[in-house]
Design a protein around this ligand. Sequence first.
Ligand SMILES: [Zn+2]
Length: 109
Amino acid sequence: MEATKKFRIKKNDTVVVTVGKDRGKRGKVLRVIPKKDGLIVEKLNMVKRHMKPNQQTRQGGILDKEAPIHISNVMLVCSKCTAPTRVSYRVLEDNRKVRYCKKCNEILD
Ligand SMILES: [Zn+2]
């Protein structure tokens, strides 16, 4: 599957931003948006959204909200060694395909 090939980062992973104003900051992935190659990362890439009143909120206003970060602008932070790393895949003896950290060799899934 194309999506899984490209999306080596999953929900609840910790990532570090490598470019832009949030460079060097870390956050937890809240959502993956495969169509846009984007990630919503907690408290990163915040933008102000002007909300129109609608049936849910009933009132408008300005809201701080996470905007998607392009996947090429982040690196995964290894949960084992806490270093930013590239993700590789390894196939286990039982044929499970798992991600592993190139830095410390630990399996991440
Ligand atoms: Zn590691």
